[in-house]
Write a protein of this length. Structure first.
Length: 413
């Protein structure tokens, strides 16, 4: 018997070594221990966390009275994503820790656990101000975003006003993007799609994407290139062969060919790009909670045309609170199709039990090759004057269109 108290065998002391702990028996039983039913602890250790999530999910369903609940676990296994999200704990408050969080989130999407996130700013009692700001900017695009610090500490209270403003701005961006993010979770539920995924998933023939360790895709439309080192003023980004736009300005990335490039960043910005050919639905304003934004969060559409002048999008929406919205027919899905001349919506599913009072108020169309001479709403023959145009981007405002009703906005030349 060795000093650990476990037998010297291939289960208690396997040939491979873990990165996180020195021995498999750290803080638990010896892997060779026999459990009920004759199972070795080595074979069933991870099933304990999986079963705990399953039981917690079942219990909360019985107690919640049709209200949605959330189960988070630090111990997950295959199919845990059906019952729980994964909370990545013990990430160090370092630049390397922030990079590791990205790899972990992508891995758990591989494993079928799309609701996953790391502690924003890491788990340490102290954290550098610049690091924490950059981490919040990254976490805007985590599938699951949660801030955590050591008991009795709150490093942000010592930050400068400008840092706190940047953190607040990052979280506001996240709330505005919730319709898009929420739709990705619906697609994960309905089709098994990944919410966050490596860039090479969508560019299998581009070997350069295999080198990307911190860039990743959020759904099919958005690519994130976070700032993961201190003092960065120019970000080295790889753009695969496609039409790309800067999300913040909605302007096309130039030149448009694939390859590595340097993108200027400030302390207010990171690299966030949208692939041409997509329509993104956002909330027009932010809010302090998902419940509040469901009540008052009117919509905005952002159309990013492909090189061929087309774009499509999809929206899933429900009340955000009820437990069984799909089985009880309390949701809607909307498809969008756009060209250089018009954008149309089609309500692909709308059940009688669903009620959404939020309106579409604004639309941006990026990638036009000239200023439209006329804008019409639902082909009513009238020229909609509440619009601006600059450098290929048309901005239509003052709209009052119900998302649960089909619409058409024409902007031909």
């Amino acid at each position: 018997t060795q000093s650990t108290g476990c037998t010297a065998n291939k289960l208690d002391h396997p040939v491979y070594k873990l990165f996180s702990v020195s021995n498999l028996q750290t803080d638990t039983l010896c892997p060779s221990a026999r459990l009920h039913g004759g199972y070795r602890h080595y074979d069933v250790h991870n099933i304990y966390g999986w079963r705990s999530s399953q039981v917690a999910d079942s219990a909360l369903r019985s107690l919640s009275e049709d209200r949605r609940h959330l189960v988070l676990s630090r111990s997950t296994y295959l199919s845990s994503g059906v019952h729980a999200g994964h909370w990545i704990e013990d990430i160090p408050s370092t630049w390397e820790g922030m990079k590791e969080s990205i790899a972990a989130i992508l891995n758990y999407n591989f494993f079928g656990v799309p609701l996953v996130g790391a502690n924003i700013c890491g788990s340490s009692a102290t954290v550098e101000e610049e690091l924490c700001v950059r981490w919040f900017q990254l976490a805007t695009y985590y599938p699951f975003a949660k801030r955590f610090s050591a008991t009795g500490t709150s490093p942000e209270t010592e930050f400068s006003d400008s840092a706190r403003d940047r953190i607040r701005s990052a979280m506001e961006d996240r709330y505005e993007l919730l319709p898009y993010l929420y739709t990705q979770f619906y697609l994960a539920h309905a089709k098994g799609a990944a919410v966050a995924k490596p860039v090479f998933f969508d560019y299998l023939d581009d070997n350069s994407t295999l080198e990307l360790k911190t860039q990743f895709l959020l759904g099919d439309a958005v690519m994130i290139a976070p700032v993961t080192d201190a003092g960065v003023e120019k970000l080295r980004v790889y753009l695969p062969e496609d039409t790309w736009y800067h999300m913040g300005t909605r302007e096309p990335v130039t030149p448009g060919n694939a390859g590595w490039r340097e993108v200027p960043v400030t302390m207010d910005t990171i690299g966030v790009f949208v692939r041409g050919g997509n329509v993104i639905v956002r909330h027009l304003t932010s809010a302090l909670s998902t419940a509040e934004i469901h009540k008052s969060g009117d919509y905005m559409l952002e159309v990013f045309l492909s090189e061929g002048g087309a774009a499509t999008g999809f929206l899933f929406a429900d009340d955000g609170l009820s437990e069984h919205t799909i089985s009880q027919n309390k949701y809607m899905t909307v498809s969008f199709n756009a060209s250089r001349a018009r954008i149309t919506s089609e309500v692909t599913l709308l059940y009688p039990g669903y009620n959404n009072t939020n309106m579409l108020r604004e639309v941006y169309i990026s990638g036009l090759d000239g200023e439209p001479t006329k804008v019409e709403i639902n082909d009513d023959g009238r020229d909609w004057r509440a619009r601006t145009y600059k450098d290929g981007i048309l901005h239509v405002t003052g709209l009052e269109l119900k998302m649960e009703e089909a619409f058409c906005i024409s902007y031909g030349r």
